[in-house]
Design a protein around this ligand. Sequence first.
Ligand code: ARG
Ligand code: GLU
Length: 730
Amino acid sequence: MSKKNQIVSLVVASFCLLAFPLFAGEGMWLPHLLKALNEEEMHAMGMKINAEDIYSINHGSLKDAIVHFGGGCTGSIISSKGLLLTNHHCGYSFVQSHSTVDNNILKNGFWAQSFEQELSNPGLTATFIREIVDVTDNVLGDIPDSLTSKERQKMILANIAKTKADIRLEPFEKIVIKPFYKGLQYIAFITVTYKDVRLVGVPPESIGKFGGDTDNWAWPRHTGDFSIFRIYVDKDNHPAEYNIDNVPLKPIYHLPVSLDGAAEGDFTLVFGFPGRTNAYLPSIAVKQIIEDFDPAKIAIREQSLGVMKKYMVQSEALKLKYASRFARIANYWKKWIGEREGLIKTDALNHKRALEKRFLDRIDSVAIWKEKYGMVYRAFNDAYTINRDYQLSREIHYEAFAWNSQLMRFMHSIHRLASFERDPNAFNSYKQKIDDRVKGFYDAFDHDIDREIFAKVIAEYFKYMPQHMVSPKMFAKWNELGQSGEKMAAFFYDHSIIADSSAFLRLWKLPKDSLMSALHSDEGFNIINDHISYFYDYIEPGYNDNKLVIDSLQKIYMEGLMTVFPKKRFFPDANSTLRVSYGKVEGYTPNDSTTYTPFTYLNGVIAKYKPGDYEFDLPPKLLELYKNKDYGQYADRKGRLPVCFLGSNHTTGGNSGSPVLDGWGNLIGLNFDRVWEGTMSDYYYDIRLCRNIMVDTRYVLFLIDKLGDCHRLIQEMDLVQPKTENKVKE
Ligand code: ARG
Ligand code: GLU
């Protein structure tokens, strides 16, 4: 049997043996395998359509309405004119870039009342998946088992390149090939990317981000987290760069939009591009996340957030400037706190250990299993132990020197330039390449705030960093300056040319030799330049070598799990490819005395309202609409306006903006978050606690129609009432 057939049959056989009734929840499934793996269960849970309606290469199907939005989020097409729905927080930086203190659309909202008013967004893309093809045979077929990890990796890359070259594509198509099940399977995605994506509408931030970072990752939730864009194309309906003459996309398929919503227990399906999960880690790896990695990252971010917050509440201009950055850093800071708590509270480590014990018990009785998999945990322990300091240092380096200090992040570009010092051609061409970036950086550089952040962050860096992993020069400076974050900040920000905008830009005009000799006579530059080299020469390669070993063990382990537990169903970890998650509308019980129902309503929004508050303010017009109960066709049968709801769909970062569909394939909501107690689901999924949070389509429609008065958008959509038509009782 070929490797591909082996793996598909491992996956399929294991599922067929499963006894009904099933409760889905865990899993992010591949659209082209739904028929074989999931359809029966989906029907049993209430899905009315078929797998072929979700993914087909023969006719338009749901997948033709799903886009990877800006590379990191998901969006869906909701009209025959290329209207695209995604989250508010996914469109955030684009809305921010159109905003000024005088015309602050982030704050006030924006509704284009005609095609002409729709705003272009350079750099923003929307990518569709045309076809999914299993290419495991092409990638793995001729690779002998005897190779080392490095040799294997090299051959895989060569085979991927060859496979790509062999597939015929239209000029506007691309192909991406990615590993699944830890490299047991390889799948190709034929994609089409659109580059003219315009902003059409967005509610005021007070609605789109209602509850801010206080409510983020939490339930009960009352956020109208959506924004609307439109894809434009050339006259042939093909992708094109922005052009005033471009016209709205005529999509292959667009989603009907439901006015009926969903009731508790109803089937739900989330279709999108989940980014990364790690469901098959051994216990030692989870232990490192809980004890080492999460605490260090949380501590560093906490410092920089404190400084940013202090300035953002003081001035609207600074708030606007830091809004997107703050939200990005705060988002994962809070997620890691919840994740760590969740892993501890659910006793994930002991569950993993118990699984490991069962695994070892089972392989004991089969000689060939014992031979193949018997060493796996011991090998994991060695590899993860060796890797610990490398991974910790790597994560801390990124936090302290890339994500939180803007100057230090920028220095990575200058470090790269300096690395070409002995190659004038490469030097000059790279210098030209980053010319705009350098000028842009110093123009926007907020010296004092960044300095204050660095002073705090560098102190945390030294607290958590394994000492032997710090570059010797940086470490010497730290000791020389009495281990003071403030003095380190003074050294780099007050006494070095790197933080002096006008001096640096003056140097920047000099020819290579004068520029480099000036930089080399600056002690601050030399230390940071050396520090970054040390990272790339020592930490990064060490980490990558360990990773190769770990990855090959994870692959053996994945195969072992699938073989040894044939009745268990396994999904491939998320890897930013198109997936289907499904579950039900359901609440949860986070502790012995609290049970949450799965719905929130506009009256809950109003109950949280705090006039003038940073996170819980509301626009007067919404208050007015509430007072008059002016909900139009968007109220439920009891006259309430639904806002958010919960489901047991397995989602992760990247699923933001994913459409949520009912059993008939109509749009009932928009995924945007997970609940606090379930944020550990990237590593450990617990059906009792893991819930995704969605904004109800009816709230979105209400805001477009009644708050934004953007009736033309409502007219463009196909509004449906599936429950009324099918007379389903609520
Ligand atoms: N937690 C959600 C997600 O990971 C929403 C983030 C945006 N909202 C915010 N308040 N920062 O992306
Ligand atoms: N808000 C997340 C995102 O940006 C989705 C929520 C999650 O991580 O589950 O993709």
